[in-house]
Design a protein around this ligand. Structure first.
Ligand code: KG4
Ligand code: ZN
Length: 342
């Protein structure tokens, strides 16, 4: 099989990558739209326009770095959902355009599937494995049984965990995205100073809840006089919040592993997988249960196109293809993804 070009535009990262069929990364580029920082979040219209502005040159650069022309490719894979519809239309239409012009197959990729399969690229993880998908928009435990075969065991009943990090960052007066800023501040704080709730800890199943924790942080902050928090208090709140999240995640992972005794590994993926405390808490839970633990390298935790190209390769190996008429989908749950026909 020849190399595959991957394109990712589902949120505010514009990304392109070229992978050889054995997973060797020939080129990878990610452009983050940090100009959203001033708005305190992603603005869909601005994000879509930025994808239009940057994608063509980025794809050209990825191809040049790989030293390839379109005629050297096997297929073009692009994220077709879930995500912000403007960005999805830009990325998938651009990919279809190249595919049609170059006479190549187009593969529409589910963004969550791309996060899910990353551990197979980086660590060759075998099926079945338990995936904790933790990002700004998603927070779920999924049993990954095969490419295209995903069983959702639990998910958040309110906020996604990355969203909770972003909201707590806002309460603490930190920038956006909040996760990395909270983690940085937490390293200087005392995680035992404030007793914050551990929502759903010990509860049957592996659902999550973070809105009560976020509200508890808001109450802590409100107890201080208006204006910037004292530096010590801000660091201790960040550390106490992060400790509560890590403990809840480890507890939910333990329950999920008990629900999936066949799982050979615990895999964490998505932007929040970059958090060192959460990785450590999940790793020790995996050790306790006697399964392997896999977290992607930091550059593959957040949104990227390497994972999209890799998901394309996994699908192509099974003979899958996508009709060029496939429409991008803002909602596309992982357990409704098609199984490739063998
Ligand atoms: O997967 P991702 O890049 O985009 C989505 O699909 O949502 O995840 C972004 C989320 C944001 O909420 C961000 O605050 C969070 O991941 N995040 C972190 C860290 N780095 C990113 N949360 C906690 N600790 C981090 N180091
Ligand atoms: Zn993502």
């Amino acid at each position: 099989m020849r190399p595959v070009l991957g394109i990712e535009t589902s949120c505010d990262e514009t990304a392109a990558a070229v992978l050889a069929s054995d997973g060797t990364v020939l080129s990878e580029l990610v452009l983050s739209q940090r100009d959203h920082a001033g708005f305190g979040g992603v603005v869909p219209e601005i994000a879509a326009r930025a994808h239009i502005a940057h994608l063509p040159a980025l794809v050209g650069e990825a191809m040049a770095k790989a030293g390839l022309g379109y005629a050297d490719l096997e297929a073009i894979a692009a994220t077709s959902g879930p995500g912000l519809i403007g960005g999805l239309i830009v990325g998938s239409s651009f990919a279809k355009g190249i595919a049609l012009a170059a006479g190549l197959p187009f593969i529409g990729i589910n963004h969550l599937e791309a996060h899910a399969l990353t551990a197979r690229l980086t660590d060759g993880v075998a099926f079945p494995f338990l995936l904790m998908l933790v990002s700004g928009g998603h927070c779920q435990c999924v049993l990954v049984e095969a490419v295209g075969q995903y069983r959702r065991l639990g998910g958040t009943i309110d906020d996604a965990v990355g969203e909770a990090f972003d909201k707590v960052a806002k309460l603490l007066g930190l920038g956006w995205p909040g996760g990395p800023a909270v983690e940085r501040l937490a390293t200087t704080g005392d995680p035992r100073r404030f007793a914050l709730p551990r929502p759903l800890r010990g509860r049957a199943g592996c659902d999550f809840s973070f809105s009560g924790l976020k509200t508890a942080v808001a109450h802590l902050v409100a107890a201080y006089p208006p204006g910037p928090l004292p530096a010590r208090a801000a660091a201790d709140i960040a550390a106490s919040f992060q400790a509560a999240v890590a403990e809840v995640m480890a507890d939910r992972a333990a329950h999920a592993l008990a629900m999936a005794p066949d799982a050979r590994a615990l895999v964490v993926a998505g932007g929040v997988a970059a958090n060192a405390s959460i990785r450590a808490a999940l790793a020790s839970e995996a050790v306790r249960t006697g399964v392997g633990f896999v977290a992607p390298p930091l550059r593959l935790c957040g949104d990227n196109a390497v994972m999209v190209a890799w998901a394309g390769i996994e699908r192509l190996r099974l003979g899958a293809s996508t009709p060029i008429s496939q429409k991008p989908r803002p909602r596309w749950p992982l357990d409704s993804v098609d199984m490739p026909l063998a």
